[in-house]
Design a protein around this ligand. Structure first.
Ligand SMILES: NC(=O)c1ccc[n+]([C@@H]2O[C@H](COP(=O)([O-])OP(=O)(O)OC[C@H]3O[C@@H](n4cnc5c(N)ncnc54)[C@H](OP(=O)(O)O)[C@@H]3O)[C@@H](O)[C@H]2O)c1
Length: 338
């Protein structure tokens, strides 16, 4: 193999990600230097934060440079190695590029475990990425207690489905907010949430008044905008808000009007804490062990939305901002044994 395919950032998107903001290019694979290995990418993770990385707004990592390979979470198999201790067939996951192959010295990658009964897509996508986000955000910041009311937005997505189920494991009453009847049915009927609000079909504030008349203890916030304001206005005193994401704002050109919630932060003495999952990197093993245990005991189910073909990554990533994905969004770059 002499070439690789890689998506490169051509220009920074304005508003929604457009055709032409990224381009799929073919380029020669560099020869491996001592200490490097070649990873054949099996799965590419598509994440809402990809849109942030494409921009040059203030963020928690350097923006992707114009002309550079698009950064993304990857899982793959070593097909050649000049690095001591790394052999063909070893499986790694971590930060890479939207590509079919990457040359790496191992920076940003770690070995993915083989867990009987849990497939690689789930080990990578859920145990490695969105699961720890749910785990640390809810348990460390949300501090759930039995009998409390937990609201989670983007409830049927990668992070949200795990948050709600951990909430149930911890004895909370869980209300999910999601777009569409199918996603709402999924979180209640298949995942065991107590209730779901279809924000595309009903008024979120009125639904919360009906479903949580005594107020909300924890808001696991993922979307921002008017949905966030509606939840914040119904928090109990001393409620906790793990601020995980603001997806409704990622394509927006100006700040959302959230003035309606500031008074509540004061009057209800809320604790709001933004976090990035990598803040908890030294404890990732703890999360993966707990999540795997819950999966194997049948207490945690997850849904992956796997799209075939690296060439479809640009079309697929846009689904995150319209709700076109249903579960953790991955691209299958290389089918098994290909
Ligand atoms: N802090 C961290 O370290 C960290 C790590 C991972 C993810 N996150 C954040 O967590 C959130 C979920 O990420 P994920 O990877 O699990 O993605 P996801 O939930 O699988 O996909 C994104 C979902 O967001 C919902 N959405 C999109 N635009 C919306 C809007 N305008 N209003 C309401 N909902 C909207 C859609 O679901 P519906 O069909 O229900 O609308 C969509 O399916 C994102 O905000 C992401 O940035 C944060």
């Amino acid at each position: 193999m002499t070439d690789r395919r890689v998506w490169k950032l051509v220009r920074r998107p304005v508003g929604d990600i457009a055709d032409g903001d990224l381009a799929l290019t073919t380029e020669p694979l560099p020869a491996l230097a001592e200490g490097q290995f070649l990873l054949s990418i099996r799965y590419l993770s598509l994440d809402p934060t990809n849109r942030i990385w494409m921009s040059d707004q203030e963020q928690y990592m350097a923006p992707v440079a114009i002309g550079a390979g698009m950064r993304g979470g990857v899982a793959g198999v070593v097909v050649a190695s000049r690095k001591a201790g790394v052999a063909e067939g070893d499986v790694f996951g971590g930060l890479g590029e939207w590509a079919d192959h990457i040359v790496s010295d191992g920076t940003g990658l770690s070995r993915l475990p083989t867990i009987p009964g849990i497939d690689l897509a789930t080990v990578f996508g859920t145990l490695g990425l969105v699961g720890p986000t749910a785990y640390f955000g809810l348990l460390d910041i949300g501090q759930p207690k039995p009998g409390e009311t937990l609201v989670v937005s983007a409830a049927a997505g990668g992070v949200g489905q795990v948050v709600g189920q951990i909430g149930k494991i911890k004895g909370c009453r869980v209300i999910g907010i999601a777009g569409g009847a199918d996603k709402c049915r999924y979180v209640t009927d298949e995942l065991g949430f107590d209730a779901a609000i279809d924000y595309k079909a009903e008024d979120v504030g009125a639904a919360l008044d009906r479903l949580a008349p005594d107020g909300i203890d924890i808001n696991f916030e993922q979307v921002g905008g008017p949905i966030m304001v509606a939840v914040m206005q119904r928090m109990k005193r001393f409620g906790r808000v793990p601020l995980c994401g603001l997806i409704s704002q990622y394509n927006a050109s100006g700040p959302a009007d959230v003035a309606g919630m500031w008074t509540m932060l004061l009057m209800r003495r809320l604790t709001v804490r933004g976090f990035i999952v990598t803040d908890f990197a030294p404890r990732f093993g703890e999360a993966a062990n707990a999540l795997a245990g819950w999966m194997l005991s049948g207490q945690l189910k997850t849904r992956q939305d796997i799209r075939p073909g690296l060439e479809n990554a640009l079309t697929a990533v846009r689904d995150l901002y319209t709700g076109g994905n249903f579960g953790k969004l991955l691209v299958e770059v290389t089918p098994p044994q290909a």
